[in-house]
Design a protein around this ligand. Sequence first.
Ligand code: MSP
Length: 519
Amino acid sequence: MPTNDPKFYVSTPIYYVNDRPHIGHIYTTTLADVLARYHRLRGDRTFFLTGTDEHAAKVVDTAKEKGFTAQQWADQNAGVFQDTFKKLGMSNDDFIRTSQDRHTSRVKQYIQQLIESGDVYAGEYEGWYDAGQEEYLPENKAKEYDYRSPFNNKPLVRKVETNYFFKLSAYQDRLTELLNDHPQFVQPDARRNEVLGRIREGLNDVPISRSGSGGWGIAMPGDESQTVYVWIDALFNYYTTVDTDDRRAFWPADVHLIAKDILWFHAVIWPAMLMALDLPLPKQVYSHSFWISEGQKMSKSLGNFIDLEKIDEYVDEFSLDALRWYLSTQGPLGSTDSDFAHGKFVDVYNSDLANTLGNCAARVTNMIVRYFDGKMPAAAPGREDAEARQLRSVAMGMYEKVDTLYEKVAVAAANDAALEVVRAVDTFIEQTQPFKLAKDESQRERLGMILYYCAEALRIASLGLSPVLPDKMAEFWQLLGITYDTQAGDLADWCQWGGLQLGSDVQKGAPLFPRKQDK
Ligand code: MSP
């Protein structure tokens, strides 16, 4: 993700349409949303894509059980994902569904091209098939898992098929080179090493079609008896969506956000297919870890599953921004899993949002209302003492820190860099004691300077926080009497010191984050 490139394309996995949205889908989509909002704020032309993966064989089965056609069932469930993301304020620029014409027609075209280049050929395949995951496991893996699915523990099925293969084996050297020479291509590093290790074991050609799909899926070009394997179909979504005149400039994607469960497809198969098509490669596949819940793997039977209903409860009680804060500061960005635990949620909410950010914003706006009738006091240039200079320097240093961290998808650390400015305001208030100065008329100019510095530092902090807390920071801007067009921002400029105007109206609002008890 180079910072000097003024465009930014971020994607999430496209989600299986048979599932109902849960914390996992919402987490990856929230992260992508945060990155997209950051880049829009920075002024980058931004494209944020999410969507649904619809051609899985189980869609046909479930639809039948429920008395629908596969398309009807897919329409209904894709609608649930769309509504959920809308309700949760996701700012995706498009929502791709693999059953859409714009996707299927292009996939056929790319596969035709791969047949012509010799990268796809007809052959026979026999192997251990995991029906739940719709994937074949290599012999060594199948054995390791005792011929059972590592995902649902059901027995693997021995399957023989005539189908089309992609010549993955031809790309072993180029893939190795890619991962070695461009460590950014797969992040975090632990995940990249995992992939490199598996590539070193050798790459086999992979089947990219299957037979008998009941007419659901994309027919193989030139062979109607075969359907394009759902994973190959799905991976192409990242490119089909932007393979249009007005969007082609977004390619290559800057970050494909995924979790570790689908790393192999994104770090190996996808780049190899793009190499075969002579297309530029995405700049990064960022593979986060998993949420567990209350210390254990999420499961419906344990009753610790964080489903949509649970998420709604958190949003109702704490606000959407509070959920976004928890997900993006406590989430599994690195190579270890994270725990979604109620007690921890309340602690993080109270400490970061209620006691630090909310409290500081209320203190500063309240003092300006009380001591200066709600008119922004003057900065008193030339009167800056050491403490004030220190605060200004922390605030002015924020943009660069945050920008470097966002470039690494280090969202939690970026949030902390912005919150550090808020903590510096608290320290400054403790040092200068404006509430005491207010009692002494001769200190009026100094009091004004102090409150201006507090408000100005908070304004800068709020910009750094706004990708994660878009609603609450907009509310705060209203109290300060300012607005920002976050859709097409100029963050570097906005983070310069001196944005607040003398005499502008400041209001005392309702608390941004009221304190909560852990029930
Ligand atoms: N359809 C495929 C992806 C195709 S992309 C070309 C698929 N779909 S999925 O619905 O199973 O979504 C998997 C993704 O959901 C993970 O990669 C991750 O982004 C998210 N998560 C699902 N469960 C999760 C957790 N428990 N924790 C964090 N994210 C997880 O695979």
